[in-house]
Design a protein. Sequence first.
Length: 316
Amino acid sequence: MPVEPNLWTFMSYYLTPFYLIIGQDPIAGRIAVSVSSILLGYISYKIGRFVLSRNQATFAAGLILFWPTILYRSVVIQREILLTVALLTVVLAIQHMYASITWRDAILGGLGIIVIAVLRVENILLVAAMIAVAGYLKSRDNPYGMAAITIVVSVFATFFAFNTAQFTGYGAVLSPDVVDAYAHARAHGEAAYLINLHYDTWLDIVLYAPLKIVYFLYTPFPWQVRGVVEAMVSVSAIALLFSTVVAKRSIGKLRNRPYYLGILTSYLTTGIVIYSIVEMNYGAAVRRRIQFIPILLLLGVIGLSDLEVEINWRGE
């Protein structure tokens, strides 16, 4: 893909100061990624503070930082943690700018978008979805604003549909055949799943989407475990399923904060649906869903934030 040279250039610039200070040892690169994971916790805390108390937001941030797959990726020299930091920076900036646009938030959001475009350009679709939802919510009483946002979204969608190769490296125009080819290019190795599934029509993509979402979020399933690492990931996937179920409670609780709910859910639904449709390898799925775990866990904590548990001790 055309983004790869820029990716390695960015990673080189980011890692170089750590190698200069610590020395030519792989531990320097691991420390560099670990530093960015601390930012992941801080940004998650700031996002949570829109609706949670200080203690609840701190708990959510700690849960995110020490989530098994995130903790593991925090000491691996790969892009996932850095990319998630950039994505959540944009989420935070959009939430702030919904109330009032400031130069600080505009600059942070802009820098986040640049990093996203370098690390994984297809994630610009997630940013576009959040901006569109925030714009609709902010302009719902202004017909001219709604019309302007609709035109911008339509232009962007048309550009993506006719320039698919710039985002995926496959095809020229978006079609079921292109989506199928892109997905099956990822279906290799022992971690591949649903390899006999093919997209012949747009209806196939829609009908298979729920199954693909389950595989993307919750694999490896217990019967796919072949080692200690996969066992750890499988247990965390089961815990993620619980968090997802609990997150449903947050929808009702956030009805009085439609912009907050709209931004987070647009980020989740756009990203999870798109990634699940084209992913067919649970090894890659484990890495890519790190981008969505913080928001899923945050919504889970919001859903449980007012849950009261009464324990009655009975004895002599």
